[in-house]
Design a protein around this ligand. Structure first.
Ligand code: TRP
Length: 339
């Protein structure tokens, strides 16, 4: 029989399949290697859902996975992690969480508020451990922080608008009007902005708001606020954190200081914050996830809130703005400029 191109290709494919089959069944003859861990039939399945990729959420995820390993749950060995990022689209969040519920996975780890809300929307049975949810009560995830009451608990990264604004006024004492830049559909942000308004009211300051609903609106919003406010403030907002470079450029060009809710936003050019350590928060989340895998009950496992706060400043941004950060602040601060 004359060998055609097609038969040759068929023979090649057949040979490749045989090699693959041999590798899968472990009768390849070569050095005896462990089968790939994620073939382990009794490995626990963990779905990780993250609203979007920005530096802070990525740090959190990496530390959750590292801590799980520390606790004896190693991806590809005795657990299988399915990580999905929703690219800041609510529709994607729903699809991802539906798939986790249908699988079903043994545990869902939800990074940031919108992810946790979407996960709870799909299951009240599968345990959910959330990470970095600013206000779990406002997000309607738990009955109380002490006794969550259902299939959901986790860690909170609540920060204080008051502490950040006190810091802002120590650095730039002439602030009268504060511009609020945030996504009004992120409960985590709305909660902090409400605190900001209360602070402003008590301290004779004015708040000008320019809420956005997605990243395509942030530059215009920053531009608008630059013309109205002495300083701009963004809480721990995922939409803002995903578009820092364009906001920083806009505000720096206008000479307006930008105070933010998280260290990563300072690394990316924000002037300063009073915030929590997300490496520790990630690890704490990993510990809670491990406890659940070991049989602990989410309904009685208290939400963990971070009490240690640190000052982070960016001296490179300060220089661009022509601002000198007082020694009183520098003495307590970590400088993330140039990082
Ligand atoms: N706290 C945010 C939420 O509840 C998530 C978050 C964690 C975040 N770290 C951040 C947002 C840093 C912006 C910047 O959804």
């Amino acid at each position: 029989m004359k060998k055609t191109k097609a038969t040759r290709r068929f023979a090649l494919a057949l040979a490749m399949m045989l090699v693959l089959l041999a590798a899968l069944t472990g009768c390849g003859g070569g050095a005896a290697e462990e089968p790939a861990g994620n073939e382990t039939p009794d490995a626990l399945k963990i779905g990780i859902v993250q609203i979007v990729e920005h530096p802070s959420l990525d740090t959190i995820r990496e530390n959750i996975i590292a801590q799980l390993a520390e606790e004896g749950f190693v991806d590809g060995e005795n657990i299988v992690i399915d990580y999905k990022n929703a690219q800041n689209e609510m529709a994607n969040l729903k699809t991802i969480c539906q798939a986790f519920a249908a699988a079903p996975v043994d545990l869902i780890i939800a990074i940031a508020t919108p992810s946790a809300q979407a996960a709870l929307g799909e299951t009240t049975e599968i345990p959910i451990i959330f990470s970095a949810v600013t206000d779990p009560l406002a997000a309607e995830l738990v009955d109380s922080l002490e006794v969550p009451g259902g299939n959901v608990t986790g860690t909170s990264d609540a920060v204080s608008a008051q502490m950040i604004m006190d810091l802002a006024r120590e650095i730039t004492p002439d602030i009268k009007t504060i511009g609020a830049l945030y996504n009004s559909s992120e409960v985590n942000s709305v909660s902090v902005i409400n605190d900001l308004k209360a602070y402003a009211e008590a301290n004779g300051l004015k708040v000008v708001e320019s809420p956005v609903t997605n990243t395509s609106e942030v530059q215009q919003s920053a531009q608008f606020l630059a013309g109205k406010a002495d300083a701009v403030f963004s809480p721990i907002d995922n939409t803002v954190a995903s578009s820092m470079p364009i906001i920083v450029e806009t505000l720096n060009n206008a000479g307006v200081p930008f105070y933010v809710g998280a260290d990563s936003m300072v690394s990316e050019g924000g002037l300063a914050t009073y915030g929590i350590n997300y490496v520790i928060l990630g690890k704490e989340t990993g510990k809670m996830a491990a406890a659940v895998l070991n049989g602990a009950d989410t309904s009685t496992m208290p939400v963990m809130t971070m009490t240690d706060m640190d000052i982070y400043v960016n001296t490179v941004t300060a220089e661009v703005l022509g601002i000198t950060i007082p020694d009183s602040v520098m003495a307590k601060a970590t400088d993330l400029g140039g990082k």
